[in-house]
Design a protein. Structure first.
Length: 260
């Protein structure tokens, strides 16, 4: 499926924080896997801190169903990465793409949250796309003093101090922080280059962990295969078993190593 966002977003720059994963998540979440992204500026506009504006732009531009078979990366065996007290794993899943996120902040207002999401356009629009990026006031102040995140504000970031939520309008979801982590996972793992068939679990994770798990997956050529849409609807065969639906060629990850 394809879409054209160039004439829809226009000059809606606003505050700037690096949020390319929100665009990628919106495309993947809405089922678009064939798009050209052009950016006229230093980085992607943060909009309201979620993917909502990009979902609206996709809706306005429209989605075209193309005649070619969709190609996907099917996970064939579990791949896991541990970084400090963070853990990430991607494993085979019977159908589609699932995200399981657990967060555990010492900040008592955020605390422990978890969310499980099976990717589909309707659910993404309703349950994930509007979840905003979040942070602690002490971290935001430190970033500002160092010259980073200068576009962050209460208009585009959910901010907590040690005792309460500081945004006067409140949360969009009671577990908005966990849902935003799901949004980040969908965007980060879209950098595989093709939609993934598998289940991804993240415990106390973030962009670096997502990048590390995806790197480890693609580095192990026995852990995945490329299939076409029809083959993707069947349960994964054991590693090494060859069947119909395999597409020739290699997958090249589209990310760089220095991901925050």
């Amino acid at each position: 499926m394809a879409t054209d966002l160039a004439t829809v977003l226009g000059d809606r720059s606003g505050p700037l924080v690096s949020t390319a994963e929100h665009v990628l998540a919106a495309l993947r979440g809405m089922g678009v896997d064939n798009a050209t992204i052009e950016i006229d500026g230093p980085e992607v506009p943060i909009m309201d801190g979620s993917a909502a504006a990009f979902i609206a732009a996709i809706d306005q531009a429209g989605i075209v169903t193309q005649p070619a078979q969709r190609r996907l990366i099917q996970v064939l065996k579990p791949i896991s990465v541990k970084v400090g007290d963070s853990f990430g794993e991607i494993r085979p899943h019977a159908s589609g793409f699932r995200v399981e996120v657990e967060i555990d902040f010492t900040n008592p207002v955020i605390g422990q949250q978890s969310y499980v999401f099976d990717l589909n356009p309707e659910g993404f629009r309703r349950d994930i796309g509007r979840a905003r990026t979040f942070g602690l006031m002490c971290d935001v102040a430190r970033l500002w003093s160092a010259g980073y995140a200068l576009g962050a504000s209460f208009d585009n970031t959910v901010v907590f101090d040690d005792e309460r939520l500081l945004n006067p309008e409140g949360l969009r979801y009671a577990d908005e922080c966990a849902r935003h982590k799901v949004l980040d996972v969908i965007g980060d793992l879209s950098l595989a280059g093709l939609p993934l068939l598998g289940a991804y679990r993240s415990v106390r994770g973030g962009h670096k962990l997502n990048h590390a798990v995806l790197t480890a997956l693609l580095a192990d050529r026995t852990a995945w295969r490329v299939v076409e849409g029809e083959a993707a609807r069947r349960t994964a065969r054991p590693v090494g078993e060859v069947g119909r639906g395999i597409v020739g060629g290699r997958v090249a990850a589209a990310f760089g190593p220095d991901v925050s």
